[in-house]
Design a binder for this molecule. Structure first.
Ligand code: SIN
Length: 535
């Protein structure tokens, strides 16, 4: 089947939905999402959205905190525009129906602002500890009511369709659409659009332990790379310091807001250790906290450290963190009475598809917004709760540019051949897929995580190269399935992370290599860039 649309949006989190709601006023929007439409990293975000809303805070403070966390690689113009758009974004979300936690201050009702690592002021707008769910549901209600938006659930994008690949090779390539697998029927559809927006989220599943939902397989980064889009800064993978350590919890996140409200990190014997690592102690930037935990665990051989908020009023803890409290209780931990066992886990990719300040990639009419993008906001380390904000701001900015494209009457949608399945036959070798998945995730965890070395990176490169070759051979011989598409994508993303990490001969922000333990501003205060040659 061929589907023609003005705007093709791949992904249904905060960035994709915000864009779609705006674009729908100017043309038809198709949203492709690989599971149920709610299933996105946005839905699971606990912390909130950072924005300057209190009288004690200023834009300059938020800009400075973001740039300090980013360790010299933030693009100051981008930081400024994102921070300054913050209050308007919060207002828009409230207009879409998101209900954030309020408080009464001297008889006046105002937004309750939380605190997280690296922030010098309280500025995290939140809905208790289920902020993402509140936002996602509000945006979806609005999208469902919009007649110009069609949502295709259980549809996964396989590859982008570009002018160079399907019509003729041109200097500055143009994106024309995507081939998409309908997981319900196994059929592959051709989506053609005037503007394609990648809003596929992150890539935590490339690591064995991650706070991310199962959908986070780096699909957008992988398909963007394969199409020839410029990729930047993939070595900067953020590890969240505190995920619940429990075999059945699947790394359930214990929000940084728990430390923001006074949570203390302790070793097994109860000793506090962040005091000797950073003046901000438990609220130091995440790279510092995650490395400190990793160091303590390697030194002691323990499985986890502990997050202790038992000194706070139990009712306050239950009211502020109802979701975390209930979830921990279901695993047998009462956080008002006992410290929670926690470990770091892969949480956020600061790199991705490089974009300009309007979300456009190096391929014309291809945009990237949200975690899939590298806009220049995060630099070498993302400040907590800046990502939902970035997703919204860039959805808005992309809309401004994409609207012009969609209204341009000279742009015609060309004829494109249907997906060629070749000699593919039904796969009976699911075990090959699970084996390769497991091998990639373990390799990345053991060799390319919080602390890296040249030798570990070389080992990882060698293994991922072999796996990629095997997956590619397999890919072209068998029927395309969701699992095979995701496997191919995580292998591509693993390769990009390793290659970026090998290029950067220093330690900065989230990238720490024991063979180059110092920051080298003279040679490395630059983004790491990778691009596939399209033949
Ligand atoms: C958290 O709640 O700790 C996560 C917030 C974020 O990653 O921005």
């Amino acid at each position: 089947m061929e589907i023609k649309t003005d705007f093709l949006v791949i992904g249904s989190g905060i960035a994709g939905l915000t864009f779609a709601l705006k674009a729908a006023r100017y043309g038809s929007v198709s949203i492709v999402t690989k599971k149920e439409k709610t299933e996105s990293a946005t839905f699971y975000a606990q912390g909130g959205i950072a924005s300057v809303l209190s009288k004690e805070d200023t834009f300059e403070n938020h800009i400075r905190d973001t740039i300090e966390a980013g360790c010299g690689l933030c693009h100051p113009d981008i930081v400024e525009l994102v921070v300054k758009d913050g209050p308007e974004m919060i207002h828009e979300l409230m207009q879409f129906g998101a209900r954030f936690t309020m408080r009464t201050n001297h008889g006046e009702t105002e937004l309750d602002l939380g605190k997280e690592g690296g922030h010098s002021k309280r500025r995290i707008v939140h809905a208790a500890d289920f902020t993402g769910r509140e936002i996602e549901e509000a945006l979806l209600r609005a999208a469902d009511a919009e007649k110009n938006i069609a949502i295709y659930e259980n549809h996964i994008a396989i590859d982008l369709i570009t002018h160079s690949k399907f019509i003729e090779k041109i200097e500055k390539d143009i994106c024309l659409g995507a081939y998409v697998l309908d997981k319900n029927t196994g059929k592959i559809h051709t989506f053609l659009a005037k503007a394609v927006i990648l809003a596929t989220g992150g890539t935590g599943k490339v690591y064995l332990f991650t706070s991310n939902p199962d959908v986070a397989t780096g699909d957008g980064i992988a398909i963007g790379y394969r199409a020839g889009a410029t990729i930047a800064n993939m070595e900067f993978i953020q590890f969240h310091p505190t995920c619940l350590y429990h075999s059945k919890a699947k790394n359930f996140l214990i929000s940084e807001a728990v430390r923001g409200e006074g949570g203390i990190l302790r070793l097994k014997d109860g000793a506090r250790f962040m005091e000797r690592c950073h003046p901000m102690k438990e609220l130091a930037p995440r790279d510092v906290v995650a490395r400190a935990i990793d160091f303590e665990l390697k030194k002691s051989g323990d499985d986890c450290v502990y997050l202790d908020i038992t000194h706070k009023d139990p009712q306050f803890v239950k009211d502020r963190f109802p979701n975390i409290y209930e979830r921990c209780l279901s695993f047998g931990y009462d956080m008002t009475k006992e410290p929670l066992p926690v470990v770091p886990a892969a949480h956020y990719v600061c790199g991705g598809i490089q974009t300009d300040s309007f979300g456009e990639t190096s391929i014309k009419r291809l945009f990237a917004i949200g975690e899939v993008a590298c806009t220049g906001l995060h630099g070498a380390n993302r400040l907590a709760s800046n990502s939902l904000l970035e997703g919204m701001v860039f959805a808005n900015r992309t809309f401004i540019k994409a609207k012009e494209i969609a209204m341009d009457k000279t742009i015609a949608i060309p004829r494109i051949p249907e997906w060629q399945a070749g000699g593919a036959v039904d796969s009976d070798e699911a075990v090959v897929i699970s084996q390769n998945w497991d091998e990639i995730r373990r390799t990345m965890w053991n060799y390319v995580s919080i602390v890296r070395s040249n030798k570990r990176l070389e080992r990882a490169k060698h293994r991922i190269d072999m796996l990629q070759k095997e997956i590619n051979d397999y890919y072209w011989n068998f029927v395309v399935t969701n699992n095979l598409i995701e496997l191919r994508n995580i292998a591509t993303v693993a390769d990009l992370i390793i290659r970026c990490a090998m290029k950067r001969k220093e330690s900065r922000g989230l990238h720490y290599n024991i063979d180059y333990p110092e920051k080298d501003d003279k040679n490395w205060k630059v983004d790491t860039i990778i691009r596939k040659e399209i033949i």
